[in-house]
Structures are given as structure tokens and as C-alpha cells.
Design a protein around this ligand. Sequence first.
Ligand SMILES: [Zn+2]
Length: 450
Amino acid sequence: MKLRLPIPLLAILAGLGLSGCGPATTSQDAAKQVIIFDIDTLRADRLGCYGAERPTSPHIDRLAAESVLFEWAFAQGPNTPPSQTSILTGLYPSHHGRVFALDVLADEVVTLAEVMRDGGFVTAAFVDGGNMAAASGLNQGFEMYRSTPGGGFEVIGPRVMRWLSRHVNDDFLLLVHTYDVHSPYDPPEPHRSMFVEDRQPTTPDFEPTTDILTDVMIRARRGEQDILSSQDIDYALARYDGGVHYVDQWMGTFLEKMRRLGIYDNSTIILLSDHGEEFQEHGSVLHEKLYTTVSRIPLIIRPPGGRKTFRVPQVVESIDLMPTILEMVGVELPPTPIDGESLLPLMTGQSQGPYFALSESRFFGGRDAIASGGRHLLRSRKTGFLELYAFTDDPTELSNLQPERRDEAMALRAQLDSRRPSGERGSVEEQITDSEIIDQLKALGYLNDE
Ligand SMILES: [Zn+2]
């Protein structure tokens, strides 16, 4: 059942400027429109609003200037299948069960799109194939789910804008996903070379392709570390940043289209990612570890009407997005339990926490992690080995404090043990068998070890 936002909550939002900063176009009767821009593999600190030095993201920065920006949002897994599924279900990977690339999300898991569809919203998604293909089960609840493998915003963008034009008066949930910053770091010119300048790789024939980077990652798993020279990494990062700039240009186009359609101010606009990317800060590349280079994600929420930049320093989790959206649009949570919690009390300054974030990974024999109070504890499930980082001072986690701060590590380990997902483990009954989807997954660097 769809519920209108209760008056006391509306009053709280208005009183704190959550709905009152922009032109007075929002009202209780206005259409409720939620757009999630899900930029796969977008590392938070490559955006200007998260401290990047290169001018990679002028449009996203402008959006962030009238939004709530979560400085320390954590993904629940280091790669696409578990993490995207957590975003769309509000569940930890252990609970939704979809951790391998071929896993199909079980039917009984309730998704954000299902709840909103049942609440009377039009639900639509434009995604970039691979791990997001409909065969993954992530299409559950979307009345329209358009997957265009490898198309990126060049293909998806015009379709999104046509769709928006047709739905200006509808209550809707729209998911827009792209791999444009995922490897290979190969956006169209001028973005491709705009940050490369005179940088040249030193390894012969080095190109930041998925095949080459996956090979580096596999060798690093076997113990070889820092395989690429610092010049190769500089070059790869410059190309990656070019991809961020390309996506940012599209973000400018989408937001301008929304303004012209008159739906920009009414909408809840969300930008996030499912994980970051490593550039040998921890000896490897791509995304399979739980350090902040990978597990920290950008999370920007512009509520209807916008607001002055509001930066939230507490740690939050990507599973919090689903209950946050549902509370913002006044739709009840599903009766089945979900792990995330609404971020609205943080967004309105009604709560200071404490908050914590959990991540888990099947790589390296299984790892888990907890972030809380500016500390991040990473644990090997196989050996019990612990690492402790102070990520607010050391944002890429280069200095392991565990040896000298053992008491802190033990306290966090106890929290990790008490909070880590327990109870019945989610399971998947089906596996993807479609050979076209399997080829798309291989092109993204998946299935190399399964
Ligand atoms: Zn991903």
C-alpha cells in the first residue's frame, strides 16, 4: 500500500531545509520520482566533491553542492554481484546469497523495485549487461528492465532521456547503471586522453584492458605484488579519470534534461557506486579487496527541492539506500526483514550515531571487515589475521595500526563478531546458463577463477 508522507515527517524535512532550499515546486501532491545513477566501479576519491585534484567531475560536484553527501559510505562486497544485489535488496551478501557471477537472485528475496512497484510506482531500469543482466534476477520488480551489454551511456543515455520525457507526471523509480568507468579504461575522446598528457606506460604493450589487468590481479593473488611500474599505474589512473569525466559529462546532460522537463526539483536524485577500484595501493588492481580503495563508495542524495551541501561524516552502508528511499517516498518497508536502516535521521541531523558498516568477501579464503568511529578492521576468516586502519587520517589505508593498537583491534573484532550477519544464509537455487551473458561476464573479467 502506498502511503503519503506523514505530516510530522514533512514538517521535520521542511524545518531542516531538506525540502525548502530550492524553488517551492515540491508539495505533498507532486509526483514522487526517484532516480538512482549507479556508476559501477566509481571510486569516491576520484570525484572533486570527494577530494580529487583533477577536475574530473564538475557536474557531479554541482549536484553534491545541493545534496547530502556521505563521506564514508561502504559497499557490502568488493565486486559487482554481491554489492549491486545488496544495494537493490537492503541485505548483506550472506543474507541475499548472490555472491558469484553466475548466481541468480532467489525469487523470495524482496527488492526495492518490487516494494515500490507494489506501492504504485512505475519502475524502470536501464543497465549495462554483464552482472546486471536480467538473468541475474536483479530485474525483480522492474516493469521495464532494459539491458544493453557494453553500451554505456552512449547507448543508455538517449533511452533514459526519452523515458523521462514520457513519465514527467508519474510516480517512478528509475535505475540507470553503466560500466563506463569499469575496465577497460577506454572512454571516447577527448575524455580518453585528457588527463594522460605526456604520461607513457613503461611496460611494453601495456594498455589498461580488462584482460591485462585481470592477468595482473591473478598474478598478485599468487603472491607477486606491484607488478606494474608506477608509470603504468599513473597512466592507467589517468585513463580511468578520463572515464569519470566522460560519465560526469553525461550526468550534466541528464540533470539538464530533468530541469527542462521540470522534474529536477521534485525528484530524489541519487548517485552511488557498487565499489571502487585499486591502483596498486595494496599490491594489485581492479576490485577484490576490502580496503577503502575498493569498499568506500560515493553516495550523494539530493532530496526534492535540494539543500545546501550537507556532509555526513558517519559511516553508512549501501544497504541503507533501500529503507532511506522508502521512507522518503512514504512507502512501507516490506514485511520480510532487511539489514539496512534509513539514513533520514542522519540526513536531517536528528541522529549522530554511532554507526558501523560491514563488508564481506569470498576472495582470499573469505574476508570480512567493519568500519566504525573512523577505524576499519579487516579480517581473514581463514587465518584470523587482522589489519586496522584509521581511514579518516589515512584514506587509502596504507598504514596498518594493528600491531600497536591491539586493544582497539580486539574491541572492533568483538563488534564484528556480534554484528556480522547470522541466521539462515541466503541461497541461490539457479545459475546463469545463457552463453551470451557468460561471454559478457568474461569480458568484464569475471569467471577467471570459477
Ligand atoms: Zn561493479
